[in-house]
Design a protein around this ligand. Sequence first.
Ligand SMILES: Cc1ncc(C[n+]2csc(CCOP(=O)(O)OP(=O)(O)O)c2C)c(N)n1
Ligand code: SF4
Ligand SMILES: [Mg+2]
Length: 251
Amino acid sequence: MVVFEKPHALADVPLHYCPGCTHGIIHRLVAEVIDELGIEGRTIGIAPVGCSVFAYNYFNCDMIEAAHGRAPAVATGVKRSDPENNIVFTYQGDGDLAAIGTAETVHAAARGENITVIFVNNAIYGMTGGQMAPTTLPGQVTQTSPYGRDTSKVGFPVKVCEMLSNVDGATYLERVAVNNVKNVKNAKKAIKKAFQNQLDGKGFSLIEVVSTCPTNWGLTPEKALEWLEENMLPYYPLGVYKDKFAEKEDK
Ligand SMILES: Cc1ncc(C[n+]2csc(CCOP(=O)(O)OP(=O)(O)O)c2C)c(N)n1
Ligand code: SF4
Ligand SMILES: [Mg+2]
């Protein structure tokens, strides 16, 4: 008989996330992958600043809290201190990774650090009350763009997978979503591959998970999933943006 259980790598504590927030689903997928790869005892996660700041309470592996945006730099140090044994992942929001932490992200990729980055793109600064993020869509209403993001004044969203696909040091970049069962399954596959790449010494892997923030989008959990599908996915198409080793295998 198959019993639906909590993954061991996920701590048995209530999560603080709002109803319908996809951070919880993504936590579960990461924990399932850690279980399946049998790496909990050697995994070190780097928590961000943002709604997922308490990730250090939610995973049973070792966790370190980084200063805002600096998770890839901390991950670099942890990985390099014992590259054979340490399996290191960062878990970061779009404000953390694509605003204050852009430099750390791009340079960790450029250096080809052998780490795994989980990038949760909900197009908003969730924790601080819903301000515009670098990934906020053109026209999207936020607390700091009450008339909708005006690209003539504040520019265009940063597309992280597309941007990093031009960075030679990056190994594997995939954009996934967790808005339906099919996409959740695919997201897990991508996250697993990103950890497996690290185990195989293949270098920098980043999985961007297109996510919801029902609270700051001002939508019910159900409507937020619809909004994601109708607005986020056309702007942030899902798919593999780079897979260095697949490219090699194809040749
Ligand atoms: C140096 C510094 N600047 C600004 C902040 C305020 N701050 C905390 S979280 C956050 C944005 C978080 O947004 P995101 O990374 O998208 O995570 P989410 O909450 O949406 O999951 C900001 C600007 C801070 N904590 N430290
Ligand atoms: S504010 Fe948004 S991102 Fe933060 S927990 Fe609530 S729904 Fe999730
Ligand atoms: Mg965010």
